[in-house]
Design a protein around this ligand. Structure first.
Ligand SMILES: NC(=O)c1ccc[n+]([C@@H]2O[C@H](COP(=O)([O-])OP(=O)(O)OC[C@H]3O[C@@H](n4cnc5c(N)ncnc54)[C@H](OP(=O)(O)O)[C@@H]3O)[C@@H](O)[C@H]2O)c1
Length: 232
């Protein structure tokens, strides 16, 4: 019987690539989306909807789910929070989606995860490096997510559930499209990757697939940079 993988934010970008790669590796994938149902349905015949910034919506999502072997907390937003002009709504949006969202998802998923399951949190190099453009809150939510990764790995180790993270640099998706459309910003972004290019969603999906494979059976509590050396 196929193992079951739930991927959040699987309608687009990195989550879509992760879902397609896990399906290719033999998992039955449940593709979660917030608003882009048609795009999620193009990724997998099994989809679930929820606004992950809303705990009630997360409860509704889990009401219809059975056992899981893989959980990928990928859904997230990347919005600026410049000092001096950030309003409370932006703080709520970033923290509710990028930090509380994965926490409440895990809180509900843990009872459904089979022993030996694999959890992957999609973090960012922004958790480790300062980046221009007033994105401190984004980096803070991802640094907090890395802390969840370490703590969850310890908490769930008795059930042989491994919890890891992957930290991309710049990846070309809808999230970064407007930002990277400025040629000077784009070149600056490329220059921050010693391997000389931006990341692709498939680069990140490959690391997630490895973390969810038997090859990584003794790896837990790690956030692995997949960023062409951005973190160096
Ligand atoms: N792109 C990069 O350069 C980069 C770099 C480092 C880390 N990351 C991280 O990688 C992850 C995926 O990023 P991406 O570039 O693939 O983003 P994206 O193309 O903007 O896609 C975001 C995904 O998250 C879902 N989503 C957003 N807000 C949500 C909410 N409140 N509730 C439920 N789902 C929500 C979207 O669903 P709908 O389609 O239904 O709206 C979509 O599937 C994020 O955690 C991001 O922080 C990205």
């Amino acid at each position: 019987m196929a193992k079951i993988a739930l991927v959040t934010g699987a309608s687009r970008g990195i989550g879509r690539a992760i879902a397609l790669r896990l399906a290719q590796d033999g998992f039955e994938v449940i593709a979660h989306y917030r608003q882009n149902r048609q795009q999620a349905e193009a990724v997998s015949p099994r989809t679930v909807q929820a606004d992950l910034s809303d705990p009630d919506s997360i409860d509704r999502l889990f009401a219809g789910l059975g056992r899981l072997d893989v959980l990928v907390n990928n859904a997230g937003i990347w919005k600026p929070s410049p000092i001096g002009s950030t309003e409370a709504g932006r703080m709520h949006e970033l923290v509710d989606t990028n930090l509380k969202g994965p926490f409440w998802v895990m809180n509900r998923a843990s009872g459904l995860l089979n022993d030996g399951a694999c959890v992957v949190n999609v973090s960012s190099v922004a958790a480790q490096k300062a980046v221009a453009g007033g994105r401190s809150l984004y980096g803070a939510t991802k640094a907090a997510l890395d802390a969840l990764t370490r703590n969850w790995s310890l908490e769930l180790a008795p059930r042989r559930i491994r919890v890891n993270g992957v930290a991309p640099g710049y990846v070309e998706t809808d999230m970064t499209q407007a930002h990277l459309s400025d040629p000077a910003i784009r070149q600056h972004a490329i220059d921050r990757h010693p391997l000389g290019r931006l990341g692709t969603a498939e680069d990140i999906a490959g690391v997630v697939a490895w973390l969810c494979s038997d090859q990584a059976r003794f790896v837990t509590g790690q956030t692995i940079n997949s960023s062409g050396g951005f973190y160096l």
